[in-house]
Design a protein around this ligand. Structure first.
Ligand code: DX5
Ligand code: ZN
Length: 218
């Protein structure tokens, strides 16, 4: 389904070679580039911050989709906007002032995303629907690539699509997306699929064709 966007996560790419990896995966059909920022506090892993985002930005022709798994969020929003993020997604669980956070993201000119962990119900998004351009439904507990898809999250996608109504809000799925799980979430109303391990497996900058095969298989 070509109306569904595939957003490869560079968490599964070669960290020493982000620029070339991004160019390879875009040439192979990636619609967006998903950038996982982790702080070792909100999630039990550390990746990279705004300086890396700024460095990779010139290599991205499509959409730079920045997923912030950090707490606090607000002190860093402007830095990620300045780094060139098109979408900045914050977690509803990351602090007491998500409403303010989403307003602050939009004030930078970036699109605002709201992420929900697997343990958070759809209702958490209800008061925020007019402040978001994207809702990211986590289908694994965030922190690592290559985890198993949590099937009980599919019902949440159905509920969110109903709640969103005729608003223009993307539903993005993040975690364990592969050719088996993708159809389930698309049927429930998702239109952006993040995939790390399922896109990057078997390929490399020197041998990028598997990236394209993997994207088309999803
Ligand atoms: C998980 C990250 C995901 C991750 C997905 O914390 O937010 O974006 O890279 O990886 P896969 O597709 O391998 O589950
Ligand atoms: Zn992510």
């Amino acid at each position: 389904d070509r109306s569904v966007k595939i957003a490869p996560s560079i968490l599964s790419a070669d960290f020493a070679n982000f620029g070339a990896e991004i160019e390879a995966v875009e040439a192979q059909g990636a619609d967006w580039i998903h950038v996982d920022v982790m702080d070792g506090h909100f999630v039990p892993n550390i990746t990279f911050g705004p300086a890396t985002c700024a460095a990779i930005r010139p290599h991205i022709k499509t959409v730079m989709d920045v997923h912030l798994m950090i707490a606090p969020v607000d002190p860093y929003i402007q830095a990620f906007a300045d780094a060139g993020a098109d979408v900045i997604t914050a977690h509803v669980e990351a602090g007491p002032h998500i409403h303010r956070t989403l307003q602050a993201i939009r004030a930078t000119g970036a699109k605002a995303g709201l992420a929900l962990n697997p343990g958070t119900p759809a209702e958490a998004a209800a008061p925020l629907l007019d402040l978001v351009d994207l809702i990211c439904v986590m289908t694994v507990n965030p922190g690592f690539g290559g985890q198993k898809f949590i099937h009980s999250c599919v019902q949440k996608v159905t509920e969110l699509r109903e709640m969103i109504g005729d608003r223009e809000v993307h539903i993005e799925i993040d975690g364990g997306v592969d050719p088996t799980t993708a159809p389930l979430v698309v049927a429930a109303g998702a239109d952006v699929l993040v995939a790390g391990s399922a896109v990057f497996k078997g390929g490399s900058v020197e041998n990028p064709a598997p990236y394209g095969e993997n994207i088309r298989a999803i």
